[in-house]
Ligand binder design. Structure first.
Ligand SMILES: Cc1cc2nc3c(=O)[nH]c(=O)nc-3n(C[C@H](O)[C@H](O)[C@H](O)COP(=O)(O)OP(=O)(O)OC[C@H]3O[C@@H](n4cnc5c(N)ncnc54)[C@H](O)[C@@H]3O)c2cc1C
Length: 403
């Protein structure tokens, strides 16, 4: 029997971050993961500068490209590029990033159990008893950081409501490395309605992928092939093609149950507009750790601050992101024009760097924001579906936007 103050299930960015901050505060922490690290995870490996800003340690040793330009393809006749004066995203490979974050958590004092899939979660005294692989671990606080397909919350009797999108990605060899992708990434809106495609250049290859809401799942392979051709690569040469769910939290879905806290994809904190998940994973891991540390070192009720913090500081952003998402996919042409404007592009860069939050931008936009909200409400009414409450991307187009 192994006794800890905190057990974290999942050694991805959310779990490593939670474990790191708890261990740094002197708590006894275990991280259990069913995989053996380094392990891969289907992901573009894009760490925005805002995500890098909340990570518990430096990641420069695993950064393969610093990106300061984006090449957008909207329609064949609207293909344009934008540049920022400083990097907006760091590109890495998840096998390298996650191994480093887990090592950093271990160096801070966390004990790591690999190849230890969680099988049962049971109440035990004031905490939990967890059977993971061949071990049984007991703890007072449990952090579910086991991603989109995680079981921990369900095993503990929680019902988590998430919409699931789906993404498919693969890698193309780049030898010699194409100069035009040296510090530029591609974002494509022509192949997946209600989603997007990307080209993320890595050290010696290109990661190409498409993502959208679950309805596009059966056609994703075809769309990925078409995207490859758009970028000038032969789809038959792609290697490592794999898919994975994109979980988006449904309004009202629980964030914690007493001393069990949900973080990252396990809670559905994916940004609906951009598909970015690493920032919220790390942010929520840190917020969970903060409330656990406060509870363990002072007031036991402080653990409930996790839900308050997420509601106050993360969910407003995800709500604005969701609205932007709906508006974007109903009327992409407005945004095509928007992002060409220097002012909007600069705002996008500030969002990626974390200098500006979605909620702050929305509040600061004053009249423009109220106009957008009014447009959103009109669209919601006219679309005759429960637009804004259905899975993102499935709202019926209002008549005046019909093709
Ligand atoms: C194709 C694709 C591309 C993406 N690209 C980007 C991007 O470029 N940038 C970005 O910010 N986000 C991106 N995302 C989203 C991002 O990958 C996730 O939001 C992020 O990985 C969430 O981190 P996490 O720690 O919550 O979960 P994960 O990274 O999924 O980690 C969960 C961990 O839990 C472990 N686990 C699962 N079940 C069990 C179990 N039963 N027992 C023990 N361990 C278990 C897993 O092995 C895993 O290590 C992308 C997603 C997809 C699908």
């Amino acid at each position: 029997m192994n006794q800890f103050e905190v057990v974290v299930v999942g050694g991805g960015p959310a779990g490593s971050s939670a474990a790191h901050w708890c261990a740094r505060a002197g708590l006894s922490v275990a991280v259990v993961d069913r995989a053996e690290f380094p392990r891969d995870k289907p992901c573009g490996g894009g760490v925005t500068t805002r995500a890098a800003g909340v990570l518990p340690g430096p990641i420069s040793e695993v950064v393969e490209r610093e990106i300061s330009g984006v090449r957008f393809t909207m329609k064949p006749w609207t293909d344009f590029s934008r540049r920022a004066p400083t990097p907006v995203t760091y590109l890495t490979q998840r096998r390298r990033l996650d191994a480093l974050l887990l090592q950093q958590a271990e160096a801070a004092g966390a004990r790591v159990y690999q190849r230890a899939a969680v099988r049962t979660v049971e109440p035990a005294g004031a905490g939990f008893s967890i059977r993971a692989g061949a071990s049984v671990l007991r703890c007072r606080y449990l952090v579910a950081a086991d991603g989109a397909n995680g079981l921990t919350a369900r095993l503990a009797g929680m019902r988590v409501d998430r919409w699931k999108g789906i993404a498919l990605e693969g890698n193309a060899a780049a030898d010699p490395f194409p100069e035009r992708w040296r510090d530029v990434m591609g974002v494509d809106f022509t192949h997946v309605r209600g989603g997007y495609g990307w080209l993320f250049p890595k050290g010696d290859h290109l990661n190409i992928g498409v993502g959208g809401w679950h309805g596009v799942g059966p056609t994703l392979r075809q769309r990925l092939q078409a995207l490859c051709k758009t970028y000038g690569y032969n789809p038959d040469d792609l290697w490592g093609v794999r898919g994975h769910p994109l979980p988006v939290r449904r309004p009202g879905s629980p964030l914690q149950q007493g001393n069990l806290l949900l973080v990252g994809d396990a809670a559905g904190f994916l940004d609906p507009f951009t598909g970015e998940g690493i920032y919220a994973a790390v942010w929520s891991g840190r917020a969970a750790a903060r409330s656990i540390v406060d509870a363990e070192t002072g007031n036991p009720e402080a653990v409930n601050r996790y839900t308050d913090d997420v509601r106050k500081d993360l969910l407003p952003d995800l709500r604005v992101s969701r609205k932007l998402y709906d508006l974007f996919h109903l009327a992409p042409w407005i945004w095509t024009q928007g992002v060409r404007q220097e002012r909007i592009w600069r705002l996008a860069c500030r969002l990626l760097s974390g200098e500006q939050s979605y909620a702050g931008a929305s509040a600061g936009a004053g009249l423009a924001s109220s106009t957008l909200s009014a447009v959103y409400e009109v669209l919601k009414a006219v679309s005759r579906s429960d637009f804004g409450r259905n899975p993102p991307g499935t709202a019926r187009r209002p008549l005046f936007f019909a093709a």
